[in-house]
Design a protein. Sequence first.
Length: 204
Amino acid sequence: MNVKHWLLWVCLALIFVSQVLLFRANQQKTSAQTDASEAHKLVDQLQAQLDDLKASSITTLSLDNARLRADNQSLAQKLALANTNLAVLLTANDKVSGQLQTARQALRMQQDHLQQLTVENQQAQAETAAAQRDACLENLRQIEAAKQEWAVDNAKAAKDVPTAQDLVPYLKGNVMPVCPSGGYYTIGAMDEAPTCSVSGHSLQ
């Protein structure tokens, strides 16, 4: 009897322990199911957020891509316009450079011509001055010759001074010569040579 009672109590104890373990297992199962359900919900939320993020990213990327394409097209148009303007400017620059070169050559030719004219003018002036000097010296010789004739005809002494009127009858054309350079003559005394007011026009 004691053994039977002991076995009975052991079986009851085992049944109680089994019920306790089964209860705990059910609680853990329920908790695990709850956690799994919450995890599943969380996964669903994360998946929805991921889908939204993908959709938003695709939309953003599409908008950015469209904007970049528009900017690229605008820049390409601006670049083409800039290249066209550059070609026009280069053509104009070449034309202006050619015109400038032509103008420089023309200016150089004009300067050479002007220099040649200056030299010719200086030579002409020198020749004119020499011719005028020679003509003036010839006038002075005529005046001196007229003085000598007047002195002989009128028995004049060395210090006598004839006037222009005294010499006119002895001069060519009965006219008192004039300096071609605009100078004026001084007849002077018989022992003096006639002079001209222009520098270099002198018989001495």
